[in-house]
Design a protein around this ligand. Structure first.
Ligand code: GLN
Length: 465
């Protein structure tokens, strides 16, 4: 398996992989063989996976798709990488993404865009674009991604595969290159909800090295046990004549706004009808601050990014300018050379909204809006519905290069994913149809649940798939 996945990854022209090292991969594969031979194979023994290049790895470089870290190799493995390795998964390499996970089309990588396997002239979505493309193209069985404001769900949707962002705090951020720490959460991308269950089961769990890792998550046994148990319970509850009888699906009217393309709207409608035919009940709900999630997120995420990215100062690690006068110039030159335009833009925005005199007007206001958005979701779950469904993206994948001169156009397309991230809720994307002029581009259905409802979401998705 490892050999054929390596060969496929090396032959691929999608630009999904940034670093491949056959020796490292085959070392892991031999270890998996030994475990198999010894008769104590762990759950993912020998399964070919790959990691988004924001998870640090011993051996393979970790660049976060930035020139800043072009030559960086970590002395340790991220928690997610370690857990998957312990479970026997074999890593085929590191996957392309938007620089520091900032973007939604994978066009902000310093190492070139990733091509959508369905049509190479189109973006795969981002920021975990390499992850979704590698799974969609069948190069690996599954991949890791990270989602700060949609980066697991969007590429999964645009590449026709499945992805889940768990409740914030479920998966350890230890060893994940930081973007917006109060939002960053890792999640798996694979073909089917059942695969996601296997992966999330391994990836999740309390980690004292991440200060926002949830202890409750480890609960009686561990987080992973909880997700699997909830999945099984949710499936068992679905044994009446109509498997999803009584499930109340909230459909936010704000998600069906003027910006939603008609092919996406039709595919979502068709999916909702399938759920109704399985016994679910559709309830129209309101998430009145949906539009405000864009300005709130694009204040908070850049603010946290500007702080997190201060560590790239040209001194400790990362790119250092070849020529400079004094220390200050060394840092400023290293940073302007190492960071790409979108990252610099976010640092400028973030520094501005945190600065004296603007902090109250922007950052504090955004935090208030964030709380209101989270409350809107809580009222919906308390009063109206069990889960929420809607689109992931307003349109199918766009052609590569389209918004090059208009970066904030991409920001607006995050409207259906940002609120969930601001609230820290779990959400997933599953394929639900094709759209675009040639009807060859995938569309994703978003399923959103209350905190710790991953198992239920996966069981509902499993019924649909
Ligand atoms: N598109 C959003 C952004 O650019 C979200 C990215 C992400 O989730 N990493 O910030």
């Amino acid at each position: 398996l490892a050999n054929s996945a390596l060969a496929a990854a090396q032959a691929s022209s999608l630009n999904a992989f940034l670093h491949i090292d056959p020796e490292l991969t085959l070392g892991q594969a031999r270890a998996a063989d030994a475990m198999l031979a010894a008769g104590n194979a762990p759950p993912l023994c020998g399964i070919p996976i790959a990691h988004k290049d924001v998870f640090v790895t011993q051996g393979w470089r970790t660049t976060a798709a930035s020139k800043m870290l072009a030559d960086y190799t970590s002395p340790y493995d991220a928690a997610v990488v370690h857990r998957l390795m312990q479970a026997g998964a074999v890593s085929i390499g590191k996957l392309n993404c938007d620089e520091f996970a900032m973007g939604s089309g994978n066009e902000n990588s310093a190492f070139g865009p990733v091509k959508n396997p369905w049509n190479p002239n189109f973006v795969p979505g981002g920021s975990s674009g390499g992850s979704a493309a590698a799974v969609a193209a069948g190069l690996v069985a599954a991949a890791t991604g990270t989602d700060t404001g949609g980066s697991v769900r969007q590429p999964a949707a645009l590449c026709g595969v499945s992805g889940i962002k768990p409740t914030y705090g479920t998966v350890s951020r230890f060893g994940m290159v930081a973007f917006g720490s109060s939002l960053d959460q890792a999640g798996p991308i694979a073909r089917h909800a059942k695969d996601l269950l296997e992966l999330l089961d391994v990836m999740s769990g309390f980690d004292e090295r991440d200060s926002t890792s949830l202890e409750t998550c480890d609960g009686v046994a561990n987080a992973s046990g909880r997700i699997r148990a909830d999945f099984n319970t949710a499936l068992q509850q679905q044994t009446t004549s109509l498997p999803l009888a009584g499930l109340r699906i909230g459909v936010p009217k704000e998600f069906f706004n003027a910006g939603l393309a008609s092919d996406v709207a039709q595919a979502i409608e068709a999916a909702l009808q399938v759920f109704e035919s399985l016994g679910a009940k559709r309830v129209t709900i309101s998430l009145p601050r949906t539009e405000l999630s864009i300005p709130a997120y694009y204040v908070i995420a850049p603010a946290e990014a500007s702080s997190n990215l201060q560590r790239y100062d040209g001194v400790r690690y990362g790119h250092r300018a070849a020529q400079y006068g004094d220390l200050a110039e060394m840092t400023s030159r290293s940073r302007s050379e190492g960071f790409g335009p979108e990252v610099l833009r976010r640092i400028m925005v973030g520094t501005y909204v945190l600065s004296h005199g603007y902090y109250d007007a922007y950052y504090l206001q955004a935090q208030r809006v964030r709380r209101m958005i989270a409350n809107d979701f809580q009222s919906a779950f308390a009063e109206h519905c069990d889960v929420i469904m809607g689109p992931v993206t307003p349109t199918v994948a766009k052609p590569i290069g389209v918004n090059r001169d208009n970066p904030t156009a991409d920001w607006l397309a995050d409207i259906y994913t940002l609120g969930i991230s601001l609230a820290g809720l779990p959400a997933m994307s599953i394929p639900c149809g094709l759209g675009g002029t040639a009807r060859d581009l995938p569309i994703g259905l978003q399923i959103i649940g209350n905190y710790f409802s991953e198992g239920q979401l996966l069981a509902i998705a499993d019924r649909f798939q």
